[in-house]
Ligand binder design. Structure first.
Ligand code: GLU
Length: 483
């Protein structure tokens, strides 16, 4: 335990490409720990077994390591309060759920998913916010025992006060009041025996001695449930701080449909982690006139968690570009610069694997840059002319690009085989020849119709770069279709 006793955490769920928002929250917690001489820890929240994958967990770890932030406890480094992956802690939560039920604060619910869906549909139709109607709230102990003994599936829900409001203090929002009647009787334990996010999150924050919970504002509405769980267990809640989400320039929520949001996208394009952290860290300090290029130490000195804005942090890519350019030009010696370039080009083996694919396709080494350059380029310079060799009408190409954009999102593990299978499935489903699907993709990925094998190229580029290239391609083809 550190002198201050301050312990903060980043608790990502490995259900997708690690988001820059995760780096933003992680950085806040990291700077907070630095400021207070506390500990910053990493916990993997994978209670959603259907959406969490080992590939994404690895990516979360890789992405956070890339940012340069260091955690003193986590699934990869261990620590005194481990394990730090919730799926490895399954055996821990039951006792806490039982305690809540035994004290009369929780109840078994036997409602089927179909019944719940019907109930919600009815509530929506009546213009009401869908929430559990309490059907199983007052089942007798006898009935619960009989139904459980008969093997009927059930979950545990928490009881919610029927009147009044939950009042709490948030480090960013100040005094908050949320009426209890807007809070759902949250499921704490799922039918498969796994805790929900809410239950596991509270138990783990308690067991890991977390003192301050700093996370995205989307969790503010969950605080009443969390406070109640702490109360039901007779525990003291931590201090809460809900940080405003990052937004696009038009103030909409930062989403991958508008801007690339994956950390891996920014690393693939050759942003320096120092520049990205510098950019994100500026949201946590009061900037008067003066230098905005700052190292982590400088950010830590100016870090001001007491004066955060609720307005939303605008993810201004131009500012990031400006800072990154300055970092590249001003902060690296020529030797460091060269070392960084090699490091970047070899990331995820894209250069070595790309060269292997290129070997059988060249007559001179000098042909390599045009053939493989797209694997490293930040932009392949698509214009309407790039699609000149595509025989299908532009409207059809656009349709193909849009279907591919949607369907690739469904791939859980991103590799040559899964990409090929998904594209073949699209061809089959749409009754189109595979070539009609792949031809525009060659152009979208590489800017040229003469390139490396498509599925391999897409695997090497990675999901987030592929996503962005498809988006740009669709924009360009739209202009052809509209002409
Ligand atoms: N697993 C949650 C997330 O990924 C963590 C929220 C929290 O920090 O409590 O957003």
């Amino acid at each position: 335990m550190t002198a201050s006793g301050v312990r903060v955490r980043i608790a990502p769920s490995p259900t997708g490409e690690p988001h820059v928002g995760t780096a933003y929250i992680a950085l806040f917690n990291y700077l907070f720990a630095l400021k207070h001489g506390g500990e910053f820890i990493l916990r993997i929240e994978d209670t959603d077994a259907t959406r969490s994958t080992p590939e994404f967990e690895q990516k979360v770890l890789d992405a956070l390591k890339w940012t340069g932030l260091k955690w003193s406890e986590g699934p990869d480094v261990g620590g005194p309060y481990g394990p730090y992956r919730q799926s490895d802690r399954k055996h821990i939560y039951g006792e806490y759920v039982e305690k809540i039920v035994a004290a009369g604060h929780g109840f078994r619910c036997f409602c089927t998913p179909e019944r719940l869906e019907e109930m919600r549909a009815g509530q929506r139709a009546a213009g009401k916010q869908p929430k559990y109607d309490g059907r199983c709230l007052n089942l007798s102990a006898q009935e619960v025992t009989t139904r459980m003994a008969a093997g009927e599936p059930s979950v545990v829900r928490m009881k919610i006060p029927t009147e009044g409001a939950c009042k709490f203090h948030d480090g960013v929002y100040g005094d908050v009041e949320i009426p209890w009647d807007s809070v759902d009787m949250q499921v704490l334990l799922k039918a498969d025996g796994m805790p929900t996010y809410h239950m596991a999150n509270v138990v783990d924050d308690y067991l890991m001695k977390i003192t301050h919970v700093a996370r995205g504002e989307e969790w503010l509405a969950s605080v009443p449930k969390h406070i109640l769980i702490y109360q039901y267990l007779g525990l003291e809640p931590p201090v809460f701080m809900h940080l405003s989400l990052m937004r696009n320039a038009d103030k909409s929520k930062l989403s991958k449909r508008k801007n690339p949001t994956s950390i891996s996208y920014y690393s693939a394009l050759g942003y320096l982690p120092e520049a990205l952290m510098n950019f994100l860290g500026l949201f946590f300090i009061q900037i008067a006139e003066g230098e905005e290029m700052m190292t982590m130490d400088e950010l830590a000195q100016k870090f001001d968690p007491d004066n955060l804005s609720k307005a939303g942090a605008i993810f201004d890519v131009q500012k990031l570009d400006w800072l990154n350019g300055r970092w590249l030009r001003e902060k690296l010696s020529p030797e460091e610069f060269i070392a960084r370039v090699f490091e970047w080009a070899s990331e995820n083996a894209r250069l070595t694997e790309g060269l292997k694919l290129a070997q059988s396709r060249i007559g001179k080494l000098g042909e390599l840059p045009p053939l493989t350059g797209f694997l490293l380029a930040s932009d392949v310079g698509l214009t309407p002319a790039s699609f000149g060799g595509i025989k299908a009408p532009a409207a059809e190409t656009l349709e193909v690009l849009e279907i591919v954009q949607t369907d690739l999102e469904k791939i859980l593990e991103w590799n040559v085989e899964t990409i090929e299978a998904e594209l073949r499935a699209i061809a089959e489903r749409t009754g189109k020849k595979l070539k009609v699907i792949t031809a525009p993709l060659f152009v979208a990925m590489s800017g040229s119709s003469r390139s490396l094998p498509l599925f391999d190229s897409m695997a090497l580029l990675g999901r987030s770069v592929v996503r962005q290239r498809l988006k740009v391609a669709a924009q360009v083809v739209k202009t052809i279709a509209a002409a």
